[in-house]
Design a protein. Structure first.
Length: 114
């Protein structure tokens, strides 16, 4: 199977992000603006090659270097990620969500498995 990968996004709740979080928007109805919430993204299961390609678009040169797992949002190659989303269309929507969460001040963490 090889390596799988995902992103854990953590950041401040706003009504603007309620529609792109993990749960139905109505479950966030009592959530205070600014409360810290999380979202899991991508869940890549195609294996090591795709997971490493994905990591590279996030600015990570070694997927198993834990020092790089907190993603520097300024190093993300969004153009490359959009191409990744076209090539692996099951992730296209998640690329858009990732862009929105970054714009909303979320911190991203890469999480390899396998």
């Amino acid at each position: 199977m090889g390596m799988c990968a995902e992103i854990i996004a953590i950041g401040p709740f706003t009504e603007a992000v309620a529609n792109i979080l993990d749960y139905r928007p109505e479950l966030y109805a009592a959530t205070t603006e600014g409360a810290i919430v999380s979202r899991r993204l991508f869940g890549i299961t195609e294996g090591s090659t795709v997971s490493r390609m994905f990591a590279a678009y996030l600015g990570i040169s070694d997927a198993w270097d834990f020092n790089q797992h907190r993603i520097d949002n300024s190093k993300i190659d969004f153009v490359g990620l959009e191409e990744f989303g076209r090539r692996y269309d099951s992730y296209a929507d998640e690329v858009e969500v990732l862009e929105s969460l970054v714009r909303s001040g979320f911190e991203l963490h890469f999480r390899p498995q396998g």
